[in-house]
Design a protein around this ligand. Structure first.
Ligand SMILES: Cc1cc2nc3c(=O)[nH]c(=O)nc-3n(C[C@H](O)[C@H](O)[C@H](O)COP(=O)(O)OP(=O)(O)OC[C@H]3O[C@@H](n4cnc5c(N)ncnc54)[C@H](O)[C@@H]3O)c2cc1C
Length: 459
């Protein structure tokens, strides 16, 4: 995602990936509303929809069985279920189409930086030089470790086994047993995942050796412990294990090297937020780093990446901590779960939690101003169709109902749309390339100040 964002601004990008082949195990992930909106903003949504399945966004918090609230402020108010390898493939294809270079089988092993750039060393000894480096290399990030950036938080306390396999008993028998166990243990599930194949998720006994993949015997044993039967599981397609470690990088930037995605934050998968958070990091960072490289970035622009995204990750870590507690089988957390289940009948509570999990409630701190300032603008209808259709190129956009203002010397970075739509109830609004509202007003002087703040000096 970041590679494609940088390419929108003609930055030369090289992606180094240590694996020679894409990972095949089909972790199904959900793209939440904000990520779906970002895909629409970059013209990627059609291909995602072709390969995914839309679902109502219910049972989104700690698997509490509640529907999403009605009338959400989004043209894309659903959950898109789509296997992670498909997302990775589509994003890679998109980045390559835009001109990014991807080199597989290249593991970064060392890095050094100076005032002009970064030199990285690959595992084979080859050295490469670039102006900036972004470590998007996952929770065990080599880049983060080489930078010496702390990753404080909590280690894994529980392990969960997950895999796809065949079963030896009828579906009805499985469904009845699963329903009975889930009365008390929500971390357990078995469901169809294709012809004759079931996806099994079962709490692991102890944290175990995460370097080793689990075996089918591990699954059989845990199923017997948790459900009283192993359902005759056999013939696994793939088996994996995940933990609930929760950690956040102390800094997102050291000199010319930055961190994004799981390299910057890890948390339990409850609520399906990790990949979403990383995609959103990338869209926040892309245009800022591009501006820095193209030479028009205001001095502090690149540092707003950490200022804006670190608190968002902090909040996601906290909501996953809360959700994990709510899955506990202990009497106290179960009582809190019952209480929250009742509270979620209040529309405002339900809406607040959904906006948190789907990231449409995020408001960056751009200073004092109307509530819309710092928030993302939904995909409203405009004369030319949909607003997000005008953001494919990753540029700023001025929506001007007064038709009196101008983007003047910033026209090479910011587009102008006069008389956009009656649906907009403010006179003028400046959007950043990530779709967040950077300014609201009706005077040229105020606009120019904010164009300078976000887009540097005019031409
Ligand atoms: C069971 C489970 C379910 C999940 N469900 C969801 C969900 O529904 N929704 C959601 O949003 N998230 C979900 N997640 C989280 C999601 O999978 C991660 O947040 C996401 O994969 C992070 O993406 P990333 O690109 O930052 O890191 P990764 O996916 O870890 O990718 C890092 C890449 O860097 C490469 N790499 C590592 N080291 C080097 C090196 N030294 N040199 C070169 N390349 C290197 C790796 O090979 C890898 O390809 C789930 C996670 C789990 C475990």
């Amino acid at each position: 995602m970041l590679a494609a964002e940088l390419r929108l601004h003609d930055v030369r990008v090289l992606v180094l990936e240590k694996e020679t082949e894409p990972v095949s195990f089909a972790r199904i992930v959900g793209l939440h509303i904000r990520s779906i909106e970002l895909m629409a903003m970059r013209g990627l949504l059609e291909r995602m929809l072709e390969r995914g399945r839309r679902r109502p966004a219910g049972a989104y918090f700690a698997a509490i069985d509640k529907p999403a609230p009605e009338g959400l402020d989004s043209a894309h108010a659903y959950l898109l279920g789509i296997p992670q390898p498909v997302i990775v493939h589509l994003l890679e294809e998109h980045a390559i189409e835009r001109g990014a270079q991807v080199r597989r089988g290249c593991a970064l092993a060392g890095l050094q930086q100076d005032d002009d750039g970064v030199t990285v060393e690959l595992a084979g000894g080859e050295q490469l030089r670039s102006r900036y480096l972004v470590g998007c290399d996952g929770g065990r990030s080599t880049v983060r470790k080489l930078l010496g950036v702390g990753f404080p938080g909590e280690p894994s306390r529980t392990a969960t086994l997950m895999g796809e396999m065949e079963v030896g008993v009828p579906q009805e028998e499985i469904a009845a047993r699963v329903a009975a166990v889930r009365e008390t243990d929500r971390r357990f599930s078995i469901g169809p995942a294709g012809v004759g194949v079931y996806r099994v998720i079962v709490p692991g006994a102890a944290v175990g050796d995460r370097g080793q993949p689990p075996t089918i015997e591990d699954f059989q044993q845990q199923l017997r412990t948790i459900a009283g039967t192993d359902f005759g599981v056999h013939s696994p397609r793939w088996l994996s294990r995940f933990g609930d470690a929760t950690r956040l990088a102390e800094r997102y930037r050291v000199g010319r090297t930055l961190l994004a995605g799981d390299a910057a934050h890890i948390h339990p998968p409850i609520g399906g937020q990790g990949l979403n958070l990383g995609v959103q990091d990338a869209v926040n960072l892309g245009w800022k780093l591009a501006a820095q490289i193209r030479g028009w970035a205001p001095e502090t622009l690149l540092d707003t990446y950490q200022a804006e995204r670190h608190p968002v990750a902090e909040d996601v870590l906290d909501n996953t901590r809360a959700q994990m507690e709510l899955l506990s089988t202990e009497p106290g957390p179960r009582a809190v779960r019952r209480l929250l289940t009742e509270l979620m009948d209040f529309d405002e509570v339900n809406r607040y939690l959904l906006e948190k999990i789907t990231a449409i409630g995020i408001r960056y701190d751009f200073g004092a101003g109307p509530d819309l300032l710092g928030r993302r603008l939904p995909d409203i209808g405009v004369k030319q169709g949909h607003l997000y259709g005008l953001l494919h190129r990753g540029r700023g956009l001025l929506l001007d109902r007064t038709e009196r203002l101008t983007v003047g010397g910033w026209a090479d970075r910011v587009d102008y749309l006069g008389d956009p739509t009656a649906a907009l109830d403010v006179p003028c609004l400046l959007l950043r390339p990530d779709g967040h509202v950077a300014w609201i007003g009706d005077d040229q002087q105020g606009l120019d100040e904010h164009l300078s703040r976000w887009f540097g000096n005019p031409n």
